[in-house]
Design a binder for this molecule. Structure first.
Ligand SMILES: Cc1cc2nc3c(=O)[nH]c(=O)nc-3n(C[C@H](O)[C@H](O)[C@H](O)COP(=O)(O)OP(=O)(O)OC[C@H]3O[C@@H](n4cnc5c(N)ncnc54)[C@H](O)[C@@H]3O)c2cc1C
Length: 389
């Protein structure tokens, strides 16, 4: 039986482990802390197919179906299919039109909407200044922590060996790769590095140079606002928000496009972020004062082209992957939660069926050394389509 060791118990590592045990693979999952204890536990939970690239839109079809079907089972996880509305002005209209055509072509259930229809979809929203939007009724949100722990519990019931509090201190790449923890060495047929913002450091232990950079992203939760506004991205202002369980709002997009040290970064939200977000929310709800109950910063991980690094990595840029058992599932940008089912499936198909992931996700896709690339936030439309501006 193939023995696989997965490093990292965030949504990515747990999804990989879950997809593998479904295929009767012998899997152990190691985490230095506990499942969903890092980036995953800090995510906003938005799930949507209104993305900029066809490969991402197509991958979301599987993820959406996975979230839906897990939600229908008897457990604590709920996928709130609230719909997802993007708000814009005439400045965003050409990009919205272009993206809706592409997303529909790639199979997404999305359409362009005008203010009259937006007012009917979310009557509590102030559409001041908004002249166009895009909407998908099949998108929505879910709690990333509950998703990960639900999947983990199912996987453990199916034979997964989960070892929280187990820090990996060395990784050796070879045909039979191994990982060393403070308790000893574990031999495997395959090792999957799914360590979120620490992935490039773990890969470096095995002499793999991963083009991945951690960066800070912030979110806050407001006091109850008494209305349900579903899931919204104000594309003009660059702010997203969605309803929480007690009718507060989870608000985000305080992305800092600067490389961060995963072992030493500020976990507190910045004052500027709190002020800007509160202002946007108060305007969108026509409310005088919306209190902030909680706020934090976590780390996302950027790649040079915003696509993830999923599969067998090269040991040098532009080189072929070595025929060994080291795999990565990292560089998920700010979209790792919603991509996690599709990433888990891709790794399981690579291990079990020898089927490589889509070309856009392969870590071998960079012909030249990407070098010191710019960190780019994925939600924003700014600078994405120079020919449409
Ligand atoms: C504020 C914020 C909002 C976000 N909102 C969204 C959203 O709305 N939708 C969306 O799709 N995504 C969102 N994201 C992004 C999403 O959270 C990430 O892409 C995703 O959680 C990455 O998951 P992961 O499993 O790769 O990483 P992580 O969750 O960080 O998991 C990695 C795990 O590896 C473990 N680890 C690290 N080093 C070692 C080691 N040496 N040994 C053992 N274990 C180790 C860590 O303890 C950790 O548990 C958001 C992120 C932030 C910060």
């Amino acid at each position: 039986m193939t023995r696989v060791t997965v490093i990292g118990g965030g949504c990515i590592g747990v999804s990989v482990a879950s997809h593998l045990v479904e295929r009767d693979i012998d899997v152990r999952l190691l985490d230095k802390g506990y499942a969903a204890g890092e980036t995953t536990g800090k995510a906003g939970g938005l799930i949507f197919s209104q993305l900029h690239e066809p490969a991402d839109v197509r991958a979301m079809a599987y993820s959406l179906e996975f979230f839906r079907s897990l939600s229908e089972r008897d457990n604590h996880f709920t996928f709130h299919e609230s719909g997802f509305l993007r708000l814009g002005t005439e400045a965003e209209r050409p990009v919205f039109e272009h993206e809706v055509a592409m997303q529909r072509e790639a199979g997404a259930d999305v359409r362009l909407v005008e203010p009259d229809e937006m007012g009917m979809i979310y009557p509590s929203l102030s559409l001041d200044g908004v002249t166009v939007g895009t909407y998908s009724p099949s998108d929505g949100y879910a709690d990333p922590h509950t998703f990960t722990t639900t999947l983990l519990a199912d996987a453990e019931a199916n034979g997964l060996e989960y070892r929280p509090g187990t820090r990996v201190i060395d990784v050796t790449a070879s045909e039979s790769p191994s990982v060393t923890t403070e308790e000893g060495t574990i031999e495997s047929d395959v090792v999957v590095i799914a360590a979120g913002p620490w992935s490039h450091r773990l890969a470096a232990l095995a002499d793999v140079d991963l083009p991945a950079k951690p960066y800070r992203a912030q979110a806050l939760v407001t006091a109850p606002v008494g209305v349900d506004v579903g899931t919204v991205y104000d594309a003009h202002e660059g702010v997203y928000f969605r309803t929480t369980q007690d009718t507060g709002l989870l608000v985000g997009d305080g992305t800092e496009e600067v490389e961060a040290d995963p072992d030493d970064y500020s976990r507190r939200a910045d004052f500027d972020f709190l002020a800007t977000m509160s202002e946007t929310i108060e305007r969108r709800l026509s409310a005088a004062d919306v209190g902030v109950q909680n706020a934090w910063a976590g780390l996302c991980t950027a790649t040079p082209d915003c696509f993830p690094l999923v599969g067998r990595p090269p040991f040098e840029s532009g080189a072929e992957p070595r025929p060994d058992g080291l795999l990565v599932a990292a560089g998920l940008q700010g979209h790792g939660f919603m991509r996690s089912p599709a990433v888990g499936r891709a790794i399981a198909e690579l291990i079990c069926d020898d089927r490589p992931p889509v070309a856009e996700w392969r870590p071998t896709r960079f012909d030249d050394d990407p070098g010191d690339f710019e960190i780019e936030e994925m939600l924003t439309l700014e600078g994405k389509y120079h020919n449409l501006e």
